[in-house]
Design a protein around this ligand. Sequence first.
Ligand SMILES: [Zn+2]
Length: 433
Amino acid sequence: MLGASRSLTVAEETLHIGIDDTDSKDGMCTTYVGAVLFDVLRSLGVRMLDHPYLVRLNPNCPYKTRGNAAVALHVKLGRERIGDVKKRVLALVERLYERGYGDTQPGVAFILGEVAGELAGFAERAVREIVSLDEALELAASSGVELHGINGGRGRIGALAAASYRMDEYTFEAIAYRVPENWGTVRRIDAESVRAMDEATRGETFDNIDPETGEIRIAPHTPCPVLAGVRAVSAEAALRGLKMVRFNEPVERVVVFKTNQATDRHLVECSVAELRPNMSAVISGVVCSTPYTIPGGHTFIRIRDASGEIICAAYEPTREFRNIVRSLMPGDRVRAMGGVKMKPEGLTLNMEKLEILTLAEHYVMRPPPCPGCGRRMKSAGRDEGYRCKRCGERLPKSAAERKPLERKIKPGVYEVPPSARRHLTRPLLLNRI
Ligand SMILES: [Zn+2]
């Protein structure tokens, strides 16, 4: 009897798996490791609690590879299988990670059961600022999280963050992967089908095509296993969009990720005095310089709030966005959003978006008409007021005619083009859907 009742109560546990830093600038992709693992575990009958997560961590991280992406899988399984699943995860990471690069330092995290609030707080910080490996190790030890590191294991930071990341704001990306023999070769994607897909799914998918250049944006330019990825507001739309793209090469697998891409979750509202290098911030303030452009085409402006002053940059790759910045004038009230970097000139906010709240009134001054003959007077010299050449009338400087300057920009939110945008930055288009 005892044996029978025991077999009826199969204890199931929730396991959160995080993986980071398996790629290098020259190959592999942590999302691929996540995709393979997702398929492997599913084929073993492990129950998936959600889509795999693609978690973008702090985009200003100095030692990040490309997009600073980590992945997480959330599974439910019988207690007796946990050991075997962990072993398979570690073996897969060992097999797939990009070897021969000292700077690839994979990390794997296993969290059993509920994710404690302290862990979620850590994950949130890993998206917004720089967190240290020591901090990750301490937190893991105190919360009973199992961390594994390979080759130095700096990826344990991202692995812990990904496994504990609370995905309460998200979008989706359906990613198609290439068969290994094609990695590193030119991707064969029918551009026309991408344009047709973009049109057919508009309002649901985003960033398929650069609106300024017409360039296809669903495929990376790196030799990694990703063939193409379609970003969308729903899993269904992401997959439908991807299926509309014609690939002239085999697709190894397709996985739909739930992701914090396009959520603005990296941005922290703060004052100038609170800014630190490598964080992402939203600064509300007043423009306190005229915009200036340096050789190379980078445009700068200074913004002040009650606590201090910061240089805000629109670099050359932000293209047309610079024209917005160049149209700003002292006194304009703005919200500048972007990554903070320490530059020789001082802390600089690399703008991703710019909201113009109010435009300052500026005037063009011109000489008044002559009270005697009605003709326009001439300046009598610096601070000398005005004089009429014809009748000799004089008027003080304060008599000048003030005409409001017509501003070339309007209040509103402006963004950099998709090619210069961070994965985490929410495209303005999504706010209109
Ligand atoms: Zn006159």
